[in-house]
Write a protein that binds this ligand. Structure first.
Ligand SMILES: [Cu+2]
Length: 146
């Protein structure tokens, strides 16, 4: 048993050790290039909302600014994620002047909108596709103060 643990230094072993060392040096060189921007320089990734047939996940999106929202349509129908300035109860009340941000998506597609211009507060979100508000496709956006 103990003979199996005895180190053997053949030419092949030395060749393998040299290769491992070479790869380690190359990897270390890549890591110290310093040409890529620091993590803090990158814009924050978008917050994701999934639109399904007649619902949003999460129904209430709570976030802080600055933020962009990516809407992923996982349903079989077109959907919008439409932020309105005043809560509405019926589709008839959805007039263009109330819309302050909107992402429209086809099934299997995504759309991203920038919400940097919104003030902190609670906003109603609806799907502007005819019939979807009455089907319950209503959500909420909460922008917390920093
Ligand atoms: Cu919809």
């Amino acid at each position: 048993m103990s003979a199996r643990c005895t180190p053997i230094r053949s030419a092949h072993d030395r060749w393998v050790a040299t290769r491992v060392l070479l790869v380690a040096v190359l990897l270390a060189g890549c890591g110290s290039s310093g040409s890529s921007p620091a993590a803090t320089d990158r814009p924050a990734p978008p917050v994701v909302v999934v639109a399904d047939d007649y619902s949003y996940r999460p129904a209430t999106l709570s976030t802080t600014l600055p933020v962009s929202v990516r809407v992923d349509n996982a349903g079989t129908l077109a959907h919008t994620w439409t932020v309105v300035s005043t809560p509405i109860e019926r589709e008839l009340d959805l007039v263009p002047g109330l819309v302050i941000a909107e992402a429209t998506t086809e099934p299997g597609q995504s759309a991203t909108i920038d919400l940097a211009g919104l003030a902190p507060g609670t906003y109603q979100v609806v799907c502007a596709i005819p019939g979807h508000i009455s089907a319950g496709m209503v959500g909420e956006l909460v922008i917390r103060g920093s």
